[in-house]
Design a protein around this ligand. Sequence first.
Ligand code: UDP
Ligand code: MG
Length: 344
Amino acid sequence: MKLIICSIYRLLNKIKMVKTSLLSIVIPCYNEEEVIDETIKQLKAFCAELINLDVELIFVDDGSRDHTRELLKSYTANDSRIKFIGFARNFGHQIAVTAGIDVASGDAVVLIDADLQDPPEVIHEMITKWHEGYDVVYGTRIERPDESIFKLVTAHGFYRLLNWLSDTPIPLDTGDFRLMSRAVADTLRAMPEQGRFLRGMVSWVGFKQIALPYKRAKRFAGETKYSLRKMLHFASDGILSFSTKPLQISIGLGLFSAGLAFLGILYAFTVRIFTNAWVEGWAALMIAILFIGGVQLITVGILGEYVGRIYTEIKQRPLYIISEYQGFEKDAFKKNRSPVIQHR
Ligand code: UDP
Ligand code: MG
């Protein structure tokens, strides 16, 4: 029945009786050769169920070293809805998604992982909310099977710490699986920062936002592409680009250690003046030196993290380098923020 309605709509659209909106779905891929076939199959099935909506599937190959790119290219050749951009190297998930948003031309943009952990069916509910007038519909994870205890505990702690530190409230337990209206996508395009923590940036943008709880599925195949190093980098991007509180905390640490030192001085004087004894021993001295040294290094380190980020930002390098693309018009990249494109 649904198929018949879809076909009628497409027919009417062809003869310009109804106006169809375009939905862009952005899928970042890094070494995902094991899942690509299934992902495309499921996304195509999802597209077939849509009424009055055209879809473009934008796959961003984030410098994969396996056969992901070849696979994607073969799909692009056979289906005009499937588009592909390939980076010159691995730039990271957040940058890959950014590139997808940059080139998306839809009235709404959906971000979804390639590993089918975010079920495509949920997009139907996102679309409903979008039609109700919401600009951002973000998925919140009510269940996360297949995740290590380490990841669950660190993610739980991280989002709460981030919210405590950040001036922008960032929804808890929310990934990048979301739908954004054209207005939000355009605003993100106008945000040039290198340290990109998209879920925070989208919160910062504002507009009408709503959470959509969903059960996160297991990864279809393969392993997580977020190494511990990438996760730490991502977490520090989140904290440092959304808060300057660590700097204030480091002042607090300094005051605390100076306060302790002051108490120690008072104690040493009191003992010397009012008794016949005196405070002795190199142990106390060493502890004091190490403590103050430690606090100093921590605070300088925190300061250094911010300075390092200023340095990265100020170079104003392009966010990513596209070395290949398929399925886009030639001038699709004209307004792009990263102009270095070699079309082969
Ligand atoms: N990804 C990417 N570049 C990277 C790491 C990951 O484009 O450097 C993609 C990956 O292919 C997947 C999505 O980002 O589509 C989420 O990654 P993953 O599933 O490994 O993360 P997890 O779900 O374990 O947090
Ligand atoms: Mg995943």
